[in-house]
Design a protein around this ligand. Structure first.
Ligand SMILES: NC(=O)c1ccc[n+]([C@@H]2O[C@H](COP(=O)([O-])OP(=O)(O)OC[C@H]3O[C@@H](n4cnc5c(N)ncnc54)[C@H](OP(=O)(O)O)[C@@H]3O)[C@@H](O)[C@H]2O)c1
Length: 246
């Protein structure tokens, strides 16, 4: 897949899945905007992208803030031109039974995992419409399709993104823009740090593939959705979960 000449912004690319996607984009010829909040990790991923021969800039913003995202996209535009490919990947994961969940926990999850998708997409959509080409990929989660106990806030946010993807896909296909989502099952990244070994063993037993997934198994599909080859693929929610949903 050749992404030469395209500029891609990947939210949450200072770590985990987002980092893997940004590095894969750089290897496929795209200019990449590495984002997150941790400046040190952003700078490290920029160096890694450049080491593989890519052009990269690092920018920091809280994706939950409409104003910070607008400013970040303006800076990205000044550095690398308009955004052609947006990956809405930044996210957090917490568990809490609903009877203990605070309003702040609910609001924070919805802000980072759902409102961010509006913030970032709104900031790039007019440039995509103007160029007549765009790719938007949202990294959501299996939880948004099947639900798990103690994750009502995460499930609501991710399922909300699925609705966003389906509606926007219909709205912008005539402007040459596709909108798709990938729902990872358990993937080996720092987001799993809070899960105990015992709990992880239980989760793994329930995965037909018998193991958790790798970042590379998510990046391959993201590169496809972001390419010219996927021009006729929009509004799709792709489960990558070792058979977790069939
Ligand atoms: N790993 C899994 O098993 C799994 C399963 C299903 C879905 N997912 C989804 O995959 C996506 C990536 O997760 P991951 O596993 O790669 O986790 P990760 O390694 O913890 O990375 C999360 C990224 O999101 C960024 N981020 C978090 N809050 C942010 C905020 N308010 N503003 C800006 N950036 C923010 C972090 O940046 P900073 O630390 O620099 O702020 C980091 O780069 C998430 O949407 C997650 O829900 C993951």
């Amino acid at each position: 897949m050749d992404l030469s000449g395209k500029t891609a912004l990947v939210t949450g690319s200072s770590s985990g899945i987002g980092r893997g996607i940004a590095l894969a984009f750089a290897q496929h010829g795209a200019n990449v905007v590495i984002t997150g909040r941790n400046q040190e990790r952003i700078a490290q991923v920029v160096r890694e992208a450049e080491a593989s021969g890519g052009t990269a800039v690092g920018l920091s913003a809280d994706v939950a803030s409409f104003g910070e995202v607008q400013a970040m996209v303006e800076q990205a535009r000044a550095a690398l031109g308009p955004i052609d490919i947006l990956v809405n990947n930044a996210g957090v994961f917490t568990t809490r039974p609903l009877h203990d969940m605070t309003e702040a926990e609910w609001d924070d999850m919805l802000a980072v995992d759902l409102k961010s998708v509006f913030n970032c997409t709104r900031a790039v959509i007019n440039d995509m419409r103007a160029s007549g080409w765009g790719r938007i990929v949202c990294i959501t989660g299996l939880v948004g399709n099947v639900g798990y106990a103690n994750t009502a806030h995460v499930a609501a946010a991710k399922a909300g993104v699925h609705g966003f993807v389906r509606a926007l896909a219909r709205e912008v296909i005539d402007a040459g823009i596709t909108v798709n989502a990938i729902t990872p099952g358990l993937i080996d990244t720092p987001i799993l740090a809070g899960i105990s070994e015992a709990q992880m063993a239980v989760f793994t037993q329930e995965i037909p593939a018998g193991r958790i997934g790798t970042v590379e198994e998510i990046t391959a599909a993201t590169v496809y959705f972001s390419s010219d080859a996927a021009a006729y693929t929009t509004g799709q929610i792709l489960n990558i979960s070792g058979g977790g949903v069939i």
